[in-house]
Design a protein around this ligand. Structure first.
Ligand code: AMP
Length: 465
């Protein structure tokens, strides 16, 4: 659909066209008209699908149409879980609103509060914020939220995982009950639906992507490899295939630092981005990566949350995430806005549980490719048929069956630490098994015959339940 069919202001259409967008994405086509109606909206869309513009454009339009001539007061409050995402949303507001007279300020932790206070004192129509810093500023009486008419909760699933919901409830109590709420989430767990029921009033529901299916423009594969050879395999792949602009995920901050050390030693330009780094260091690392001064950016899940790099060709999972839905978020960093991308996971035998959880979550089996010279000595057990009873139900569980938050999950899976291993994805990034949304067909999926099947390892069998 053309943006001009949505009844957007000429100033917005001009900014969109300068940005180079020719057509709306699916979420934009549905969410923009919904957000323009003043209803609450609950939208599920994968990352990288253009969901920021889907809420920023209608909000800019409404703020302009309902201008008041007083000093700007916060009328739109956008809450996001991470600093990077907050900064990115602010960039979008400035880009799309460049021909409008709407003021916007972004606040997040990890940087000095005084410049933010100074900016806020000059007034703003839109405030983009992470929850902790917002509450700090409210406590310091720098922000008045009494005129907020729209609350946007972006990446609500991640806020839930990060334990932000009590903060969100506190923030909600500070803004008028008459406000409307737009809630966006890449994935919709039962908990998110429960949250939405408690916060939204008869929302228009938009679901443009089947839940927890991975973006179809991303080809996915795994390289079975021993844990202690993951780093060497990654180095081998980077060099052999001349990988550039690769985002590599590790589960831990220390793992990220260790990997950067190994890559640097091998002469590969890399940097890490994680929660122990200052905001300045994170911003610099991201800028260097975007400017091609580094080739490899190693990130933890939370730090990577807001990263948007257009045409990022490849995401590597050095470790599989403990939470299956994080896999969807991770690989959503590539294949953005319809561009093709690849996701390669280095999987060691001790990660079989995570692999099975992921495959169940995305409803497909990932193709396995061993890399010559890096064949694992520890056998990676086979995938399971999706009809098999699952030990941990990721997406259909109720509160009792599922750990409530990430730390609980992490605690429950603490024993499954993994580090490096690798296997090489060969060059062309073979497509993974197509996404299959039909329940019946899903049931008929059976584990892929694999080379590993013929040589079961006793060690693996005894290690993997
Ligand atoms: P988002 O899901 O909001 O993080 O957006 C992902 C990427 O898609 C960003 O780089 C946007 O600039 C880009 N994008 C958003 N809308 C469109 C569109 N209609 N056409 C092309 N690219 C878009």
């Amino acid at each position: 659909m053309q943006f001009s069919q949505l009844g957007l202001l000429p100033e917005l259409l001009r900014a969109i066209s300068e940005k180079g967008y020719s057509k709306t994405t699916a979420i934009q086509e549905k969410a923009i008209p919904a957000a323009l109606t003043n209803h609450d909206v609950m939208a599920s869309a994968q990352t990288g699908t253009g969901k920021t513009a889907a809420f920023v454009l209608p909000l800019l339009q409404q703020l302009t149409e309902n201008r008041n001539n007083n000093k700007a007061q916060v009328r739109v409050l956008i809450i996001t879980p991470t600093r990077e995402l907050a900064a990115q949303i602010q960039d979008s507001v400035l880009t799309y609103g460049k021909y409008l007279q709407i003021k916007s300020v972004v606040v997040f932790g990890g940087v000095k509060i005084n410049p933010q206070i100074h900016q806020l004192r000059r007034g703003t129509d839109i405030l983009v914020a992470t929850p902790g810093r917002l509450l700090d500023l409210v406590q310091q009486k720098v922000i008045n939220l009494s005129k907020v008419s729209t609350l946007v909760l972006d990446e609500a699933d991640r806020m839930l995982d990060m334990g932000f919901i009590p903060d969100i409830k506190r923030i909600q109590a500070l803004i008028p009950a008459t406000k409307r709420t737009l809630l966006f989430s890449a994935t919709f767990s039962n908990e998110i639906r429960k949250l939405a029921r408690s916060m939204l009033n008869k929302p228009l529901e938009i679901d443009v992507a089947p839940r927890n299916t991975t973006i179809e423009t991303v080809s996915q594969k795994i390289h079975p490899v021993d844990k202690n050879t993951k780093s060497s395999l990654l180095i081998h792949l980077i060099k052999k295939q001349s990988w550039r602009q690769v985002l590599v995920f590790t589960r831990t901050k220390h793992g990220a630092n260790r990997l950067v050390k190994a890559l640097t030693k091998a002469g590969i330009r890399s940097d890490a981005i994680h929660g122990n780094k200052t905001q300045g260091a994170r911003t610099r690392a991201l800028a260097a990566f975007k400017n091609h001064e580094t080739d490899i950016l190693v990130a933890t899940d939370i730090a990577a949350r807001g990263i948007d790099i257009i045409q990022l060709p490849l995401v590597v999972n050095f470790d599989l995430p403990n939470v299956a839905e994080d896999y969807v978020h991770r690989i959503g960093r590539t294949g953005r806005a319809g561009i093709k991308g690849s996701a390669v996971s280095l999987v060691s035998a001790d990660e079989i549980k995570q692999l099975r959880d992921i495959e169940r979550c995305i409803k497909m089996h990932l193709q396995r490719h061993e890399i010559e010279g890096f064949e694992p000595s520890q056998h990676l057990a086979e995938s399971r048929s999706f009809s098999s009873p699952a030990p941990a139900r990721i997406n259909r569980s109720n509160n009792k069956a599922r750990p409530r938050n990430r730390s609980e999950k992490n605690r429950s899976q603490l024993k499954t630490e993994h580090h490096s291993q690798s296997s090489q994805a060969n060059s062309n990034g073979q497509s993974s098994t197509p996404v299959n949304h039909s329940r019946n067909r899903i049931r008929s999926f059976s584990p892929k015959p694999s080379t590993q099947r013929s040589r079961p390892s006793q060690a693996a069998r005894s290690r993997v339940s």
